[in-house]
Design a protein around this ligand. Structure first.
Ligand SMILES: Nc1ncnc2c1ncn2[C@@H]1O[C@H](COP(=O)(O)OP(=O)(O)OP(=O)(O)O)[C@@H](O)[C@H]1O
Ligand SMILES: [Mg+2]
Length: 327
């Protein structure tokens, strides 16, 4: 993807990132004190979900139950929830793949309808959880070209984008290969390249690192972070790997049984182990250690990254040394 051709203003996106502090925990009273007021944000959300309900045919319960949320340009949002919580269902509503039972989804203030669904899919690109649902063309190259060709782009432009996207995900050399002869992780990278080649303003990734080895996972996360930083692309990502969330997300949405039960910063939400347990989620490993230390009676705050953990441990050692009169 060409860095010189951002889909929208990256300076505006950086400002938006700065404004994204102090969101709310929908469950606790304490959370309401820090409530994130959407009115404080300027402009129209890039994505807005209003009272969204979804029910699959022949089921008695809603897979999504009155979901309300706003995402602004440049946000980096992690969607967490146990198996069956509704993450993939929510994602499929974000560019009109599924139709709501009730409620609505708006992209840049415009409700998704049959008429504008094509534009919606160009604005919001989704990398599905299962690459076999997405990677269908006879060769890697053709698969990545599918989106840009459908957008009606000139041939040269399609070729440039395909080459760039394949390079970005590290699949150069595999252009001619049949996707069904690739490994699961490689297929996932083809799906990601296919979305990158369309250069959407919002990229939604449903468990993008599932099945990837640690180095490839890190590369994919770095790549999408770079796109967020340099191009202002808005990111929504679901994952069961909570350890990577603090490094990636500035905001977490927690789904449980189809309901949005929390919406806040990683620091806020991972400092609420009860909430995480209620949602059948675990804390990042680093945070678990700090929770154990708290149970041992140590005066520590739960930390969620390795760097913050190091600083908190050094602070603790230093304050103990001072108390013991050791300089
Ligand atoms: N095509 C479908 N037909 C009927 N029910 C479905 C369908 N897809 C999902 N469901 C049901 O909807 C609920 C939400 O599923 P969804 O796939 O959105 O969960 P998820 O949070 O993405 O889970 P996972 O972490 O396992 O991917 C589940 O109860 C699931 O069984
Ligand atoms: Mg899913």
């Amino acid at each position: 993807m060409s860095i010189s051709n951002p889909p929208h203003n990256s300076e505006e996106a950086t400002n938006t990132l700065k404004e994204t502090e102090g969101r709310r925990d929908l469950k606790t009273d304490a959370g309401h004190k820090k409530a994130y007021k959407s009115s404080e944000r300027i402009g129209t959300p890039i994505l807005e979900v209003k009272d969204l309900c979804h029910r699959y045919p022949h089921l008695e319960e809603n897979a999504l139950d009155r979901i309300n949320l706003k995402v602004y340009g440049g946000d980096r949002v992690a969607v967490l929830g146990s198996n069956g919580a509704g993450k993939s269902t929510l994602f499929k509503h974000l560019n009109g793949i599924l139709r709501p039972l009730s409620g609505e989804v708006l992209i840049k203030g415009e409700k998704i309808t049959k008429k504008n669904v094509r534009m919606c899919r160009e604005t919001v690109g989704i990398v599905f959880q299962d690459p076999d649902d997405q990677v269908l063309a006879p060769s890697v190259e053709e698969d990545v070209a599918f989106g840009p060709i459908n957008m009606g782009l000139p041939r040269e432009e399609v070729e440039t984008r395909v080459k760039e996207a394949i390079k970005m995900v590290g699949l150069t050399g595999l252009e001619e290969r049949a996707p069904h002869h690739l490994s699961g992780g490689q297929k996932k990278l083809v799906a990601i390249a296919g979305i990158l080649a369309m250069r959407p303003e919002v990229i939604v990734l449903d468990e993008p690192t599932a099945g990837l080895d640690p180095m490839t996972s890190a590369r994919v996360l770095e790549l999408i972070m770079k796109m967020n930083r340099e191009l202002g692309i808005t990111l929504l990502l679901s994952t069961h790997n909570v350890d990577v969330v603090p490094y990636f997300a500035e905001r977490i949405l927690v789904l449980h049984h189809g309901k949005l039960i929390a919406d806040g910063s990683p620091d806020e939400l991972f400092n609420d182990p009860e909430l995480m347990r209620e949602a059948h989620l675990r804390l990042p490993r680093v945070a678990e250690v700090f929770e154990m230390l708290q149970h041992e009676g140590l005066d520590v705050k739960i930390q969620i990254t390795a760097e913050a953990a190091r600083d908190e441990i050094l602070r603790l050692i230093s304050s103990r040394q001072k108390n013991a009169g050791i300089e």
